[in-house]
Design a protein around this ligand. Structure first.
Ligand code: ZN
Ligand code: ZN
Length: 260
């Protein structure tokens, strides 16, 4: 027989702190990245040293593509050569080192606990640097069907769900969909990526997006071709402002002008 004993919230919190201390002594948490044992059993996945080594994308950054730059205008070398349909893009980290490995482990080794770290980073960034007032919906970049079958989750939707819960902005599900699977984008240049991804997305309920402002969420911004294609589909059906928000931004050397 289960006996329900009502407990005051403060007493429950004290119990939880004591329990975490005991758990921390018996099973010291180990850092996901370096493996060192650290602190209390409080849900953190990286030790403080590794957490501090994550390369955050600090302003100024280009207001169009989110790339670190010298001034906060849409005039970085990348944007001089590319035209985007979305209105702005933000990325909270630089896609290198610890965060790159964490994203790989999340996507390809299903280390789903990492979503807590990612959500914390994205929410901190959004609150500090992004104009989130006026956004009607969060929408995640859809994953192609074969990858979804293989992975069983869409990493961008997980980020979107968490952002929606924390920022209090509703998540639009099952509307923006992937219509076809192209080649993997990883080794392609911007123009090749554009061609590969063209006409890959569609809307099941186009009227739902009319005059709505969106936060389009993805894990990594590389050339922006995928986000741009999603933005095209949304804008074609009358969507208003579209802000792209990614966990990390690739700042690897750009393809040479003329070879794009
Ligand atoms: Zn560590
Ligand atoms: Zn730019």
């Amino acid at each position: 027989m289960v006996i329900y004993l009502p407990m005051k919230i403060s007493a429950a919190k004290n119990c939880s702190v004591v329990l975490n201390k005991i758990l921390g002594l018996v099973y010291p948490p180990r850092c996901h990245y370096c493996g060192s044992a650290f602190g209390l059993f409080d849900g953190r996945i990286l030790c403080p040293e590794c957490r501090n080594k994550i390369l955050l994308n600090n302003p100024p950054f280009c207001s169009k593509c989110g790339r670190p730059t010298d001034t906060s205008v849409a005039d970085c070398p990348h944007c001089r050569d590319h035209s985007y349909v979305f209105d702005g893009a933000y990325s909270c980290c630089i896609y290198e080192g610890i965060i790159k490995e964490c994203i790989h482990n999340f996507k390809y080794s299903s280390r789903l606990r990492l979503q807590e770290l990612f959500s914390e980073l994205m929410c901190e960034f959004a609150e500090k640097h992004m104009p989130i007032n006026g956004i009607d919906w969060i929408v995640a970049v859809p994953l192609n069907r074969s990858k979804f079958r293989e992975r069983t989750f869409n990493q961008s939707e997980i980020l979107g769900v968490n952002l929606s819960n924390i920022l209090g902005i509703p998540l639009m599900r099952n509307n923006l969909v992937r219509l076809k699977s192209g080649e993997p984008q990883i080794s392609l240049r911007y123009r090749e990526r554009q061609n590969n991804i063209r006409d890959s997305f569609g809307l099941l309920r186009p009227s739902d997006v009319k005059d709505k402002a969106f936060l389009l969420v993805d894990d990594v911004f590389t050339t922006g071709a995928t986000a741009n294609e999603c933005a095209k589909v949304l804008k074609k059906s009358g969507a208003g402002n579209i802000t792209v928000f990614t966990l990390a931004k690739s700042v690897s050397p750009l393809p040479l002008r003329g070879l794009l």
